[in-house]
Design a protein around this ligand. Sequence first.
Ligand code: ATP
Ligand code: MG
Ligand code: MG
Length: 381
Amino acid sequence: MTTVGILGGGQLARMLALSGAPLGLRFLVLDSTPDACAAQFAPLLQADYRDQAGLAEFASRVDVATFDFENVPAESAQWLADRVPVFPSPRALAVAQDRLAEKSLFRELGIPVPEFAAIDSRAGLDAALAKIGTPCILKTRRLGYDGKGQFRLKSPADADAAWDALGAQAGTVGLILEGFVAFQRELSVVAVRGRDGELRAWPLTENWHESGILSASLAPARVDPALQAQALGAARKIAEALDYVGVFALELFLKDGVLLANEMAPRVHNSGHWTIEGAETSQFQNHLRAVLGLPLGDTRAVGHSCMLNWIGTLPAAAPVLAEACGHWHDYGKSPREGRKVGHATFRADSRGELAAALDRAGRMLDRSAQVAPVLGRLAES
Ligand code: ATP
Ligand code: MG
Ligand code: MG
């Protein structure tokens, strides 16, 4: 009996555990909160990531460890890796945790990135603003997610407000200034690399965000096939440079035919949730196969999929369940503003069928605005 340890007990851990059940796997989730939603399906070890006694017990009870949460302290990941196999490696995790380190790596590898500069003082912000110009975004280097820890500057006059909002963090998590990319599309490539170095990627996904949080994904993205090859090439370079094992996502901006890398997530990713129903093998199943050294499954898409995220509160399930191609995912979390509490995936054999189901469900759920950009893309010839 193999036990997979997961650091972090959110919906990603929950979906990993659900997907590992057919493989006969056991799980142990480490999380500091008693109501971690993965604990509804996997035993929970309640401890802080920095608690050495907790980490020691975790290490003694698992055969291999992986992450649901990318901000596990790098030292804790390393402490564990000295005792049990940990995938992805603490080094890969450390690079992906720091926007400056990851963008510097992308640039070294020849992958286009938005303009960026490290900021460590107010004078540094002014100097970077003079170089990068506006609009731009000031971001914390570490610990940001769902658009948190970011301030958008429309003109240099916003520098004071940006510094008031984030300046105090310059000396702690660090700051980075990025040029704002007026992209035509937002895309992501979700890929998996096995312990033997084999790399596979799912088709490119197009993503739409609302207030910095993923709102909808469409896969396969309707883009020039050359872009798929470009994205896969970038993902391969990064995975090989980090000797990465497991699933990761690379978020990309498409601007004037060029893919610019925004960030990577060293774990299964929200933009890959559609793979549960929409691909031959899901990202969750392939992540487990990768960390266990099992053969990877086929990543081809089966038809056309759209995933809608439920943020804050869950809408009624019935209009989704009433669709032949509708699939419901309730994470078992209590409602809270800005919190990801579930998602729905629509998977159909044709784009027309997908559009019709999305349109109907969108109206029934009063979510027409959320499905509108996806319907717009599906309607393009
Ligand atoms: P995630 O939840 O994906 O980890 P995050 O908090 O790490 O998000 P980013 O992915 O950097 O933040 O930014 C969130 C969203 O804000 C992006 O998906 C994109 O829509 C927008 N955004 C971020 N950086 C830029 C940029 N340089 N130019 C244009 N838009 C941007
Ligand atoms: Mg991020
Ligand atoms: Mg992001």
